[in-house]
Design a protein around this ligand. Structure first.
Ligand code: AMP
Ligand code: GLY
Length: 420
C-alpha cells in the first residue's frame, strides 16, 4: 500500500511516523516534507497548493491513499480535485472545510445546530461594525472572516482596541480579502482545550483532548505563534466531560453539516473554552492541530491507517479507538520567531535527543554538505511520552536541551503543573 501525506511540518512528520508503525507496512510519500520526513518517506518537492502536480505525482507513484495535513489545500478544494480524478483522499471537501475557512460560516452552523457559541454578529460594512462595537462595549473578539495564517483574530479588552481592529481588518485590509467580512463576538473566559475526532460525516469517534500554548514566551507573554508546545491528556479530563463536549459541541455540528448538504469527513478539531457556564466553542478547524497531532498520535494505540480507512469506508463504528499514556511536547523555534528569523544554522544533538523523546521535525533542511540546518518557521517538536505527565515532561525537556542550534528558544513552562 502506498500512502501520500500532504504538508511539511512537525504535524505531517508525526502522521508519517505513526503510519510507519502500521503492521501493513505502507510505502510513504510526502509533499513537500522536511529533512525529518525524508528518513521515513520519499519527499516530493511539490507545493501543497499545486494540485495539478500533486495529482500527477499520486498517479505516477500509484498512490492508494492521500492524507492532507494543513488547512490551506483543504479550503482550496484539494479533496474535491482528487475525488474528481478518482483518487482516494482523506479530508473534508471544500464545502465542508468552510468550517475552518470562514469564521462566519462556522458561527452560523453553530447557531443552526444549537451548539454553544458566544453571541456574535457578522459585518460586511465597517460603519455597522463600529456601531455594534460601541453598543456592546468590551471585551470583544474581532475576527477576519477568512484564513489569515493565525493572525486575523484580535481579543480587544477596550472599545478603542476593538474599533482599531475593525479598521485594520476592514479599512486598511491588514489581512487582505480575508477581512472584507468580520465576525465580532463576545469574549469567552476560561481554560482553553482542543478536542479531536475522526468522522465519516455521520459517526463521530470518542474525543481525544490536548492543550497547547500559543504565546511565544513563558507565562503566556509575547505574540501569538503557531503553537509552542502542549500536553495530552489534561489531568482534569474525564469520561463525563468527553461525553458532554461530544454531545453538545461536536455531534450536533456533524449532523448540521450533513443536513445542509456539506457532510464533513476527516478530522474535526474543536477549539473550546471551558467557561463557568460550561464548554463553549471558540472555533473549528478542519484537520489535525499542530502541535496537537504530535501530542495525540504517539498516544494512539490503533493503526492510523485502519482508522482513516474506516472513516473513508463508513465503517468507523467498528473501530475501538484507544489512547494511552501521557505526552508533553516542546517546540524549538529559531531566534526571532514568530517574527523574521535566521535560517541555515547547523543542528546537532538529535540522536541523543531521540533516546529521550520523539523528535518531529518541521523547519529543517539538508544543506549542500549534507549537514542538518534550520529552515523557515518552527524547527521541531520534541515529545516526551510516558505513563505519567511528570516523566513525559522530564523527557521532553531533557531532549529540548540536547538539541542545539544557534538562536534556539523554547518555553520552559509547558505542562509546568506536572513538575514532580
Ligand atoms: P483562532 O484564530 O480562532 O484560533 O483564535 C485565536 C485565539 O484567540 C484562540 O486560541 C483564543 O485564545 C482566542 N479567541 C478566539 N475567539 C475567542 C473568543 N470568542 N473568546 C475568547 N478568546 C477567543
Ligand atoms: N494548534 C493550533 C492549530 O493547529 O491551528
Amino acid at each position: 500500500m502506498k500512502v501520500f501525506v500532504v504538508g511539511s511540518g512537525a504535524r505531517e512528520h508525526a502522521i508519517l511516523w505513526k503510519l510507519a508503525q502500521s503492521p501493513r507496512n505502507p510505502e510513504l510519500f510526502v509533499a513537500p516534507g522536511n529533512a525529518g520526513t525524508a528518513a521515513i518517506a520519499t519527499n516530493l518537492p511539490i507545493a501543497v497548493t499545486d494540485f495539478g502536480a500533486l495529482v500527477s505525482a499520486a498517479r505516477e507513484h500509484g498512490i492508494d491513499l492521500t492524507i492532507v495535513g494543513p488547512e490551506l489545500p483543504l479550503t482550496l478544494g484539494i479533496v474535491d480535485r482528487f475525488q474528481r480524478e478518482g483518487l482516494r483522499i482523506f479530508g473534508p471537501t471544500q464545502a465542508a472545510a468552510r468550517i475552518e475557512g470562514s469564521k462566519s460560516f462556522a458561527r452560523q452552523i453553530m447557531r443552526d445546530a444549537g451548539a454553544p457559541t458566544p453571541a456574535f454578529e457578522v459585518f460586511d460594512d465597517a460603519d455597522a461594525a463600529r456601531e455594534y462595537v460601541r453598543s456592546q462595549g468590551a471585551a470583544l473578539v474581532i475576527k477576519a472572516d477568512g484564513l489569515a495564517a493565525g493572525k486575523g483574530v484580535v481579543v480587544a479588552q477596550s472599545v478603542d482596541e476593538a474599533l482599531e481592529a475593525v479598521d485594520d481588518a476592514m479599512v486598511t485590509r491588514a489581512f487582505g480579502a480575508s477581512g472584507e467580512r468580520v465576525v465580532i463576538e463576545q469574549c469567552l473566559v476560561g481554560q482553553e482545550l482542543s478536542v479531536f475526532c475522526f468522522t465519516d460525516g455521520e459517526c463521530v469517534t470518542p474525543l481525544v483532548p490536548a492543550c497547547d500554548y500559543k504565546r511565544v514566551f513563558d507565562g503566556d507573554q509575547g505574540p501569538n505563534t503557531g503553537g509552542m508546545g502542549g500536553y495530552s491528556p489534561p489531568p482534569w479530563w474525564d469520561a463525563a466531560m468527553e461525553r458532554q463536549i461530544r454531545e453538545t459541541c461536536i455531534e450536533p455540528i456533524i449532523r448540521e453539516m450533513a443536513r445542509q448538504g456539506s457532510p464533513f469527513t476527516g478530522v474535526l478539531y474543536g477549539g473550546l473554552m471551558l467557561t463557568d457556564d460550561g464548554p463553549a466553542i471558540i472555533e473549528f478547524n478542519a484537520r489535525l492541530g499542530d502541535p496537537e497531532a504530535q501530542l495525540i498520535l504517539p498516544r494512539m494505540e490503533n493503526d492510523l491507517l485502519d482508522v482513516v480507512e474506516a472513516a473513508l469506508d463508513g465503517s468507523l463504528p467498528s473501530i475501538d479507538l484507544r489512547w494511552s499514556g501521557c505526552t508533553v511536547g516542546v517546540v524549538l523555534a529559531p531566534g526571532g520567531y514568530p517574527g523574521p528569523h535566521e535560517t541555515g544554522n547547523v543542528l546537532a544533538g538529535l540522536e541523543e535527543a531521540e533516546r529521550e523523546a520523539v523528535v518531529f521535525q518541521a523547519g529543517t533542511a539538508l544543506a549542500d554538505d549534507d549537514r542538518l540546518v534550520t529552515g523557515g518557521s518552527r524547527t521541531m517538536t520534541v515529545v516526551g511520552c510516558s505513563a505519567t505527565m511528570a516523566e513525559a515532561r522530564a523527557r521532553a525537556y531533557a531532549a529540548a536541551d540536547m538539541v542545539t542550534f544557534e538562536g534556539k528558544h523554547y518555553r520552559r513552562d509547558i505542562a509546568s503543573f506536572a513538575v514532580g
